[in-house]
Design a protein. Structure first.
Length: 261
């Protein structure tokens, strides 16, 4: 039988947090399987490969927004004798837009990327981790999982599912040597939110916005420590959530009428 190589699998790894997770896991000595729907994944893999020549870096272009995506990715790993010890479910999309104003394609995609595909990747790779009594799963959730407001309907709701699912899976697998962690970021400087650079710089200076490098470092630390959840940045997110929780639905309707959000 051919030797299996221990890998960390990172989805959405061609940019932003996904790329940082791949870099930092390579620095920890893991071989990496980087997955993205963008061809740029190969260039990013080559950068990490040159920096960490002692580990193996593989890159795969695959659309994870299809019903068959998770099984295809698992089958690819099996066919290439890749033993996934760390699974980072990072792939995702974002819009702050009214539900009915988004396209059918986008609404289907966000549901697949945030709900179905990560769930089934946990199922397929989790089976192997449980059998080995060792594994780590990081599901990238969001503080919006507890914010039920307009224009974030599909994003917040899909992240709420992933958050609840992650907590249950954490409890089910913890005693069997498989650690499952929910990282719930607030604002991260990845360009995802289309914030003007001036405001981004102010937010970073105040600690409201964090760099992807800082977020990934803290998230991986929590994952390998066996924690069930980490919120980043903690203080500002708590302040934000406190005030959002105080808002009644009538206040949200007023904000809507005034055209603020």
């Amino acid at each position: 039988m051919e030797k299996k190589f221990t890998y960390a699998l990172v989805t959405g790894a061609s940019s932003g947090m996904g790329y940082c997770y791949a870099q930092q896991l390579a620095a920890r000595g893991y071989n990496i399987l980087m997955v993205s729907n963008e061809e740029a994944i190969h260039e990013k893999a080559e950068i990490i490969r040159k920096e960490y020549s002692e580990v193996q870096i593989m890159s795969l272009v695959q659309d994870l927004g299809q019903e068959s995506s998770a099984k295809q990715l698992y089958d690819y790993a099996v066919a290439h004798q890749i033993e996934v010890e760390v699974l980072i479910n990072n792939a995702g999309v974002y819009h702050d837009r009214d539900f009915l104003d988004d396209s059918e394609v986008f609404n289907s995609l966000i549901t697949m990327l945030h709900v179905y595909t990560p769930t089934m990747l946990c199922y397929y790779f989790g089976q192997d981790m449980r059998a080995r009594h060792k594994g780590y799963i990081l599901n990238v959730c969001s503080i919006t999982s507890t914010i039920n407001v307009q224009r974030l309907g599909t994003y917040g709701a899909s992240k709420a599912y992933l958050s609840a699912f992650t907590r249950s899976l954490h409890v089910e697998l913890h005693q069997q040597g498989v650690y499952v962690t929910n990282v719930s970021p607030g604002a991260v400087d990845t360009g995802l939110y289309n914030i003007h650079q001036t405001y981004t710089n102010i937010g970073k200076a105040l600690g409201f916005i964090v760099s992807p490098e800082v977020l990934c470092r803290r998230a991986l630390r929590a994952l390998f420590a066996g924690r069930h959840k980490v919120t980043i940045p903690l203080l500002w997110n708590k302040v934000l959530l406190f005030f959002v929780w105080l808002l009644p639905t009538s206040a949200l309707r007023l904000i809507r009428r005034l055209g603020w959000f």
